[in-house]
Ligand binder design. Structure first.
Ligand code: RUB
Length: 321
């Protein structure tokens, strides 16, 4: 069979995800679902089989962009599981609807999670954040809507400085923000009531995979007695970890760390640029999801309930009959 044409919505989304123009686990999932929907909508497939191949090829293209956030394969799997029908038209309609439904649920889950997480924040509390997480910010937004006053210490988050996005968003909501370099975090923990971060993936043992630097922050926070709260929709639960798989940590280009001039100046050294790290469950106080909040060690119970015996597998695998 010929290689199917991919819609520019898919190739553009894939490039933007790889280049981090689209970034953050929930936003990546949303963009991937939207792109699959557009592929279905504009498909010129002349048979149901050709249509299925086309959608699976699009899913593969989107999936190969970034390896760590499980929200991406979970989103693709959701949309592909909704693909049903005997004709191209039926298949098209089912994928378009499945993608739209996924996106609606994502929004709803983030709002519900925010309401649950906001209950942990008291009037006058100060949070310390790392990176930029829409799930984490949803908790702050809901706390503000409840009339609470919240202050924020925002880590800039090298090398990509996603902390600036967090700072801008909080400032727009009227939250007083203190921006600090990552290395100052331990000093400012004494002024924080919570560390509030998001997650790219949550493993079955309750480990939290998030932006590199999260684990060091969590260890320091534990030592200072500051509770660590992780805001993560169930979309971040990693089904493959139930059978012992580990989560791949993305290694990114050294140019994010050193400019070409700096590279020349520094000379022949090895540069490593892991984008994420793993925080063991003993450093996490609560994982807040749209289904309630959980001590990390008990997240596996929720995973069993949600995934049952079904394993993750590749999103484009043919369903077993
Ligand atoms: C983003 C990051 C965020 C999580 C959660 O990393 O680590 O904390 O993705 O975000 P990157 P959200 O900038 O490398 O994508 O809560 O929005 O899903």
């Amino acid at each position: 069979m010929e290689h199917p044409d991919l819609h520019s919505a898919v190739t553009d989304a894939a490039n933007d995800i790889a280049e981090m123009e689209i970034r953050g686990a929930a936003t990546i999932a949303d963009a991937a679902a939207a792109a699959l929907g557009e592929q279905a909508e504009s498909s010129a497939a002349d048979s149901p089989e050709a249509f299925r191949v086309e959608i699976r090829t699009a899913a593969r293209r989107l999936h190969e962009t970034r390896p760590t956030a499980v929200s991406l394969p979970n989103a693709l799997r959701y949309v592909l599981r909704g693909m049903r029908g005997d004709t191209v038209e039926e298949l098209r309609e089912s994928v378009v609807e499945s993608a739209a439904e996924f996106r609606r649920e994502l929004d709803q889950a983030q709002d519900n999670l925010g309401r649950i997480g906001a209950n942990r924040l008291r009037d006058g509390d100060t949070i310390m954040t790392h990176c930029h997480s829409t799930d984490a910010l949803s908790c702050v937004e809901q706390a503000l809507e409840q009339g609470k006053e919240i202050h924020a210490i925002v880590k800039e988050t090298r090398p990509r400085k996603q902390g600036h996005i967090t700072a801008r968003q909080l400032r727009d909501w009227g939250v007083p923000v203190t921006l600090i370099v990552d290395n100052a975090a331990r000093r400012y923990l004494d002024e924080a009531d919570h560390v509030l971060v998001g997650a790219d993936s949550i493993a079955a043992d309750g480990s939290v995979i998030n932006k590199v630097g999260t684990s060091g922050l969590a260890v320091n926070a534990r030592e200072r007695g500051v509770p660590i709260m992780v805001a993560a929709q169930t979309l971040k639960l990693h089904p493959d970890t139930m059978t012992g798989h580990t989560v791949e940590i993305e290694m990114r280009d050294e140019r994010e760390v050193l400019s070409l001039d700096e590279r020349e100046d520094v000379g022949d050294v090895t540069v490593e640029n892991p984008a994420f790290d793993v925080t063991p469950p003993r450093y996490v106080d609560a994982i807040v999801t749209e289904r309630g909040q959980f001590p990390p060690e008990s997240i596996v119970t929720l995973m069993r309930e949600l995934f049952g015996d079904q394993q993750g597998g590749e999103p484009w695998d043919e369903p077993e009959l």
